[in-house]
Design a protein around this ligand. Structure first.
Ligand SMILES: Cc1ncc(COP(=O)(O)O)c(C=O)c1O
Length: 427
């Protein structure tokens, strides 16, 4: 077999997988260790044809997949790897660009700067911000904390009790002290008072559990008055700013020192692709720039590796470029409008049924709800629904109470899928 033939077979496999995805169970129907037991303990001594790998996808891998591409995947924040993004991943791997600096990959460096700036414009973010791509929001937030510590010379991080665990993890990895602020009745961070020793405050637009929106403007004004950095985590909800009508949640974001938004969550880009902007690029770069002799080049080289932890950088901008071109801003806006509409439809069913209630205000495409009953009953409903393989939802807790979350973010999800989720939960 040649690369070309294997490649055609691989693309056929990918197309078939996507065609049959809605017939597969959403949640993997395997027990821990099932796959391990089927995998040889050692690597093969003799070379095998690539076709064997493809065969084993069906035999071994697919049964152990939780199918994130499934239209009835409603857990966590549902995502989509769109076809242009998938093909661009293949091409990026083919070109194997390791963008250490401009010379190592002019294409990756310049395309990244340009397409991240396209997204900045589409989301209505300020002119002049510097943006680049990190693998995940976890890395982006860690980078922002490093920059904040460098600039302020302080060591304290403040975020809401509902902030994503990546903020706490970054603080822990960096040996920074974390202070969690309580939230108000609408699950928004209370504006902190005393920030004089604080390096960075991290408000969230679209919290992981409830998609609540912290008061970024008030927080940023208070933080800046105290000399602290402001890093906004809009990993999920930031993409919705592509819609003018969702920009209410952007209020104050223009004051941020840094901002993270994940196209691998709600902009159809295959994981991983997380955008990190800063309004203070020079200071940000100062925190990270370290150029060893072997990377010095005659040209006035621009290196995106000077803006974050990684030296060798993947050609991630290719998939973002492909998605932006193949959907157009119009296509992405239509998708967001539809997802937000579907969440409203589901929330209306919940509100109209006396046996169910909304547990948090509806925001973006996330519905938080519970059945009138005990935590155990709610937990049992969720577990049975997920085990059925028909739908997959996740949960959170609010004031100790078990809450179900239905997150809409898959491009294949239709109203029929959302209705099916409602039927399964009621059944
Ligand atoms: C608000 C928020 N921030 C950060 C993250 C972490 O994202 P990543 O997996 O890209 O590190 C998540 C993940 O769901 C999130 O919801």
């Amino acid at each position: 077999m040649t690369f070309r033939e294997d490649g055609h077979a691989a693309v056929d496999w990918a197309a078939d997988y996507l065609d049959r995805i809605s017939g597969l169970p959403v949640l993997a129907q395997v027990a821990p260790g099932d796959l391990t037991a089927k995998l040889p303990a050692c690597a093969p001594e003799r070379a095998e044809p690539f076709a064997n790998v493809l065969d084993d996808l069906d035999e071994l891998i697919v049964p152990a997949l939780t199918n994130w591409q499934h239209p009835r995947f409603f857990a966590y924040f549902a995502v989509t790897a769109s076809e242009p993004g998938i093909l661009a991943e293949l091409l990026a791997a083919t070109m194997q660009q390791v963008a250490l600096n401009w010379r190592a990959s002019p294409a990756s460096t310049e395309l990244e700067l340009r397409v991240v700036d396209w997204v900045r414009q589409l989301l209505g973010l300020p002119d002049g911000w510097h943006g680049h791509i990190e693998d995940t929001a976890s890395t982006g937030t860690m980078a922002a904390l490093i920059a904040a510590r460098h600039v302020t010379g302080r060591n304290v991080v403040v975020c809401s009790e509902h902030a994503h665990s990546s903020v706490e993890k970054a603080a822990r990895m960096l040996g920074m002290e974390l202070r969690k602020q309580p939230a108000d009745g609408e699950l928004r961070m209370r504006v902190p008072d005393d920030l004089d020793d604080v390096a960075v405050v991290v408000p969230t637009v679209g919290t992981t559990s409830f998609a609540s929106v912290d008061p970024v403007r008030a927080i940023a004004e208070r933080a800046h008055a105290a000399g602290a950095w402001v890093h906004v985590d809009a990993a999920y909800a930031g993409s919705s700013w592509i819609l003018e009508e969702e920009r209410w949640s952007q209020d104050g974001v223009e004051l941020a020192d840094s901002l993270v938004v994940n196209p691998h969550k709600w902009l159809l880009v295959p994981v991983d692709c997380s955008l990190l902007w800063t309004s203070r690029p020079d200071e940000f770069r100062e925190a990270f720039s370290l150029i060893p002799e072997y990377l010095r080049t005659p040209e006035d080289a621009y290196a995106l590796s000077e803006y974050g932890p990684a030296l060798g950088r993947r050609f991630r901008s290719l998939k973002l470029w492909a998605v932006l071109r193949c959907y157009g801003a119009e296509g992405l806006r239509a998708l967001h409008r539809e997802h937000i509409r579907l969440a409203r439809v589901f929330a209306d069913w919940v509100e109209a049924d006396p046996e169910w209630e909304l547990a948090a205000p509806l925001r973006f495409s996330l519905v938080c709800f519970r059945r009138d009953g005990s935590d155990e009953e709610n937990e049992a409903i969720l577990e049975r629904a997920n085990r059925s393989g028909e739908i997959f939802l996740s949960h959170t807790r609010l004031d100790g109470r078990f809450v179900l979350r239905l997150a809409i973010g898959n491009a294949r999800t239709t109203e029929a899928d959302v209705r099916r989720a409602w039927e399964v939960l009621n059944r």
